[in-house]
Design a protein around this ligand. Structure first.
Ligand SMILES: [Cu+2]
Length: 123
């Protein structure tokens, strides 16, 4: 009978420890998520026939970046083929790789479409 009590107490102890580990792990993951979403660097880029303003954005390696695209005359968007990204209203990325990444217009918008270019610089 005494042995059963000890086993029962051990179970309760293990359960309490697991609960503590689980809840503390959950809290820190939640805090991390909140922090990272607050740390996103936002840039507004105007897209027009046939260019971007600004046409160069410079960020630091490791930054979380959101480029918000304001299509001023018709639908343009941004496409960054070297990063496999494209968006009409916004492009989001983690700038994990250093370098210069050229972007292009994401939608056929007229004769100057192919000349529409910009640059994301990660240093
Ligand atoms: Cu275009």
């Amino acid at each position: 009978m005494k042995k059963a009590c000890i086993i029962g107490a051990a179970f309760i102890f293990v359960f309490a420890v697991l609960l503590l580990v689980f809840t503390s792990g959950y809290d820190s993951a939640k805090d991390g998520g909140t922090e990272s979403s607050a740390d996103v660097r936002e840039f507004e880029v105007k897209a027009f026939r046939f260019g971007y303003s600004p046409d160069t954005i410079t960020v630091n390696k490791g930054d979380k970046v959101r480029i918000i695209i304001e299509n001023t005359d018709t639908l343009h968007g941004i496409r960054i083929p070297s990063l496999g990204l494209a968006g009409n209203d916004a492009v989001e990325l983690s700038a994990d790789k250093e370098g210069e990444f050229e972007w292009f217009c994401n939608n056929m918008c007229g004769q100057g479409h192919r000349e529409m270019k910009g640059r994301l610089v990660v240093s």
